[in-house]
Design a protein around this ligand. Sequence first.
Ligand code: PEP
Ligand code: MG
Length: 906
Amino acid sequence: MSAEQNTEKQVYLFEEGNTSMVKLLGGKGGNLAEMTALGLPIPPGFTITTAACKSYYKQGGQLSGELQAEIRAAIAALEKVKECRFGDADQPLLVSVRSGSVTSMPGMMDTILNLGLNDETVQGLARQTGSESFAFDCYRRLIGMFGEIVLGVPSLLFSQQLEALLAREGRGSEEELTAREWKQLTGVYKMLVKEHSGMEFPQDVYRQLNMAVGAVFRSWNNARAKVYRKLYSIPHDQGTAVNVQAMVFGNRGEDSGTGVLFTRNPSTGAKELYGEYLTNAQGEDVVAGLRTPRRLSELRDEMPEIYDQLAAAAAGLEAHYREMQDIEFTIENRTLYLLQTRSGKRTAQAAVKIAVELYEEGAVTREEAVSRIDAGHLDQLLHRSIAPFEELKPLAVGLPASPGGAAGMIALDAATAEAWKQNGSRVMLVSAETSPEDIHGILAAEGVLTARGGMTSHAAVVARGMGKPCVCGCDQLSIDAEQRRVHLGGYVLKEGDILSIDGTSGRIYAGAVPLSDPEMTPELLKLLDMADEIRELKIYANADTPQDARLSRELGAEGIGLCRTEHMFFSGTRLPTVQAMILADSREERLGLLERILPMQQSDFEDMFEAMNGLPMTIRLLDPPLHEFMPNLEQLAEQLRGLQLKGGAMDEQKRLKRMMNKIRSLQEKNPMLGLRGCRLGIQFPEIYDMQLEAVFRAAKAAAHRGIEVRPEIMIPLVGDPRELKELRALVDKVASEVLGEAFKSIAYRVGTMIEVPRAAVMAGKIAEHADFFSFGTNDLTQMTFGYSRDDAEGKFLNSYLDRNILSGNPFQRLDQEGVGKLIEWAVASGKEKKSFLKTGLCGEHGGDQSSIFFCQQTGLDYVSCSPYRIPYARMAAAQAVIVAAQVESADKKEQAAFRESEPSAG
Ligand code: PEP
Ligand code: MG
């Protein structure tokens, strides 16, 4: 029976469902139904649908009369199978009530066990099991869980009473308590319920059930479930299903027990049964950690027939689901029951190994294996990471700006970081924000933490490029530069104290947290090859140095999509020359200094051409405003004051004053919208001229050495076709001058960034002068939203996210509805003008999964991302093809169904 035919029905017996009904029955309900159909030993039960949960909310938190009637009918069916009755004083049926959402949310919602016990049925259970103490232990557990979950009595009050009882009676553990003492505790629990909720613990078992179902529905909206959904982008309107299932008891003596089992090792991925169990225990006891569970291999000796049944069920379930399973089981008096199966959580290393091995075993297709890899797993594998199972409490949380874990001594400025690193220490650069001047500090540091700046801030972009972990925009961080201290989420740390950061989650920890090293295992390499066979988008690198270029190629880049040439200006020895060039009073003086910079750039370009031999290399001409290369004005003023106080060093004082005046003259109110990008190139053509000369000289020299060079010159921040026209003419002029005869054999392209909204709108006209478009989505996002990319994330973006004004951070995940529309328009109108126009994306979104999906959908030719992100992008690009094919086939099915449902004409 399909879900569509039966939308009115709100309760399904396990016999009536299957996994394809997961939207209605939740993951757990769907799987229980599927396992029932497979003939596995599942205690009978039923599922109340997610649709019923939604109606519950619509009706202001009431179970409708129809739903209550359906629940009664389903209970009657259970009574028949179990040959007992709900609320019966002699043969009572007991049930568990558990949540079960569509997307697994482990531990986020609530469970109630032993429901159906009251003052009468507890006696029946005692007679049935021959153990009063067992029956009253079950009863007090029910009252405790019901009290907490349904009636909101703090659980601590119950556990305090249990502890008081143990102390009063001088018992070492719960097992030693007698029936009389359990009865006493039951009475105390009932009193607690009355006192704190104002109502008696309900004796009517149907009332218990209805109230429990309502409470599980409500637990969908408890605080931890909401946080979890936000973290994993699970829709808030999905609702949860509720599973009601006949109880089986693992705590009925030493021939009973409970445990969990993985069909493969979840930490290494090895193909072996892996799990643990406890005898004489209920499900919660294994997770509660009060007793140490035993290894599953011991069960083989203790109850061999149960072990064999379990192993057979595990193999059958893995083969059925074609995926590693996590199975919960209970043994009641040497009878095995399975309570749940689901796809097992696993480490990144295990995920990769399992996917590849399932493919090699023929259980899954290449596409399935690739689509099973969570992109986040690749982050873990390719960066040093904080051990995933580590329970740690962070001091504070900032923006996860560059993935990976790092630990080091706090250094509050770049010079200190560099000096300590030279002494052999590991350092963590902690600062309010970073500027290009701090590059040597970032280079020296294990990781970077800043108080201000967002995902596209300088620190983030540079750290990502270097593969260094970075947490940005941490508003709980303030720095006391005078006392050399930092205040972090209510704690005070000194410079030199050790701090750890997790750039994948944004968390910051005190001390050195254990880290695991990155690993390119043979399985990962195989999986990436499989992804390459599927994907259509080319993957380029954002690489600014010869080292980056070599690394990118090793990681699988098929070209360089963005070389931010200004990054070549930052290194220690070059920066003073660049600063002098900016300070130059005349064009002649500037030309002289540019002459000195030229060979530096040329040699870098030549090395990069060599690294990329045969692949395209997109070189972007200078983009940032010039003041970014100058020292900090306040520090200069401080330096000047120091000199003035001492008197003397007049020449130096003069130099400082001149520099300060120049910086002031360069300062702009809105530098992001000021003299930068192609505007700078048009204002000071000699700078672009020098860069172009360096590119083409390098290309010529490399070509002479037999290297295949494919330069692509990219003009930043174009907003009008005439800007590009003018600068294209400059490129062609310099190319022909430098290349001379070689001009004919060295083909180059000229293209533009599309990062100003006007450029996107005018794309058709701009395409007349461009061989390629590269979407600079950092600026395009900034300018389309009108949100400063350096400020928004630290200032108001979080409150916009909290209020759901924005559904995601647009600097992290491309805003497809707005910015995406501009891109679609620009691609379409650009290609209309020039069908062979090459298109790609090189903003930070090039390393984000959903943005890569968008690029695939929009028909771009490539995405470009930082070197360490390349394997991730290769995988995401393959997944984009798979998802697109799935969407297409679902659309076709829908259209076919629609055509069938149309009344035929005539
Ligand atoms: C962009 O704006 O997306 C881009 C790639 O350029 P930058 O980040 O250097 O401004
Ligand atoms: Mg830009």
